[in-house]
Design a protein around this ligand. Structure first.
Ligand code: BGP
Length: 474
């Protein structure tokens, strides 16, 4: 296999999805704390109030990671633990992440720190509408400075924004994340400010001389054309401009894609460029591309929309958007891909798509890539003797590891692979039913039970993969 010697075999999580302790030790409310408390916003009204209680169990959890031999752990910091109101430092919150990082290092695990995984301080949302105001640039940069000062000498890899494309589009177009609105221009405005915030963080990181590397994690579903009909090919190209390059170009080149901007302009959507914005984006180019890969995305031209029938699995349970039409429907429409099977949540299973994603990033940007998320959300069954036989997850991950190997052989530089997720955790819109972990956490929507941890079969599988640096995938 082609994996380099120090390949980061890792796994990932996010603060709100694991920590719990929502208001403990001075933590303030984030927009997700507030949003998930409103009935109807999440699946079966689940919240991360307790989540899987990583806040109290982190030592036990990290010991399990050590037992597995995990090389890297990607976790996010809750802004509201560090600064409950978005601005005032809370020493207890700062201390918590020192403890987590120290424990990881003690166990030989490289910490990968995500700065922003969607949990904006509610105070800033209330004061100036969060990402819709440029006032956030100063606050966000100050938050980053605190993190760089505190953890800069211990953390070698930093992810600034997690899936900026997802939190902005689900929050401002699809209406299924806070602040739950549907307005394409507001989406583009908030997104532009988030891009500036990302660039500002990267710029500060460099100015402060932090030794590690910093990037952003992009939720990339490489686009396919449903057919070889030229209009479908153009539709898929348009989708790539608007759904992918609008972010990846900014992270890697410090500028928006020319065609993507033109396409938006034709819809009457504009980016509010102000003095200094272009320079700031240029000063905020990332060291690596963080890639969150779950599936590819197939498109047809609007006039061929009759080909879009979904053949997926009907077992889907989650909160879904009720927004019927969005402006980009004029350019492309999502279609099914009859060559691919679907997960229980209707996500296309496409390991080769990961190879496509890695190759496209490499040929367009020539950057090293950290795969910061990839995994299978599935129903798991805990047997009476405390086992979980998740051979479907092993098969999924194995195929993806093989695809990474092929991409490396194709010439891509891949630093590491973080599966989503290490343990089962709270899924934003799917409660606790959709499980991703190597470690089963015994809780469900109805009850937290005792939050006991059980190693799944995939735990032992990944342990062997890591031990053999990807040689033994069986
Ligand atoms: C990504 C997020 C993660 C995680 C994952 C799985 O978009 O960065 O936080 O939730 O997707 O998604 P889901 O829980 O919806 O299945």
């Amino acid at each position: 296999m082609a994996f380099q010697e120090n390949f980061l075999w890792g796994s990932a999580s996010a603060a709100y999805q694991i920590e719990g302790a929502a208001n403990l030790d001075g933590k303030g409310d984030s927009i997700w704390d507030v949003y998930s408390r409103v009935p109807g916003n999440t699946f079966k009204d689940t919240t991360g109030e307790v989540a899987i209680d990583f806040y109290h169990k982190y030592e036990e959890d990290i010991e399990l990671m050590r037992e597995m031999g995990l090389k890297a752990y990607r976790f996010s910091v809750a802004w509201t633990r560090i600064m409950p109101d978005g601005r005032t430092v809370n020493p207890k919150g700062v201390e918590f992440y020192h403890n987590v990082i120290n424990k990881l290092i003690e166990c030989g695990i490289t910490p990968i720190l995500t700065i922003y995984h969607w949990d904006l301080p509610q105070a800033l949302q209330d004061e100036y509408q969060g990402w819709e105001s440029r006032k956030i640039l100063a606050d966000f940069t100050q938050y980053c400075e605190v993190l760089f000062n505190e953890y800069g000498d211990k953390v070698p890899y930093w992810v600034c924004m997690n899936e900026q494309n997802i939190f902005t589009s689900l929050g401002y177009v699809q209406k299924i994340h806070p602040p739950k609105v549907s307005d394409y221009q507001r989406f583009i405005n908030a997104n532009h400010i988030a891009s500036l915030a990302n660039a500002s963080a990267v710029k500060r990181f460099k100015e402060m001389g932090i030794k590690g590397q910093i990037g952003a994690s992009f939720a990339y579903s490489p686009t396919y054309s449903k057919t070889a009909a030229p209009e479908d090919v153009i539709a898929a190209e348009n989708a790539q401009e608007i759904q992918d390059l609008l972010w990846m170009d900014v992270y890697a080149k410090g500028a928006y894609p020319k065609i993507g901007l033109k396409l938006l302009e034709r819809l009457g959507i504009h980016i509010d460029f102000q003095d200094g914005d272009k320079e700031l984006l240029k000063a905020g180019i990332c060291d690596f591309m963080g890639l969150n890969y779950y599936q590819s995305a197939t498109f047809v031209a609007p006039e061929n929309r009759e080909q879009t029938a979904q053949t997926g699995n009907a077992a889907q349970v989650s909160v879904v958007s009720d927004v019927a039409r969005i402006p980009t429907d004029d350019y492309y429409v999502r279609a099914d891909n009859e060559h691919l099977k679907m997960t229980d949540w209707n996500w296309a299973i496409d390991p080769e798509g990961l190879r496509v994603a890695l190759r496209r990033i490499t040929s367009r940007y020539n950057l090293p890539i950290l795969i910061s998320e990839n995994g299978l959300g599935a129903y798991d069954t805990l047997t009476e003797d405390g086992r979980v036989h998740d051979d479907y997850r092993i098969a999924f991950l194995k195929a993806h590891v093989e695809a990474i190997n092929d991409a490396i052989e194709d010439g891509c530089e891949v630093i590491g692979y973080c599966t989503w997720s290490y343990q089962d955790l709270f899924s934003w819109l799917n409660g606790y039913a959709k499980r991703y972990g190597f470690v089963y956490v015994d809780r469900d929507e109805e009850s937290e039970k005792e939050l006991k941890r059980y190693k799944k079969d995939s735990f032992y599988w990944y342990q062997r993969v890591i031990e053999t640096n990807g040689e033994n995938l069986d």
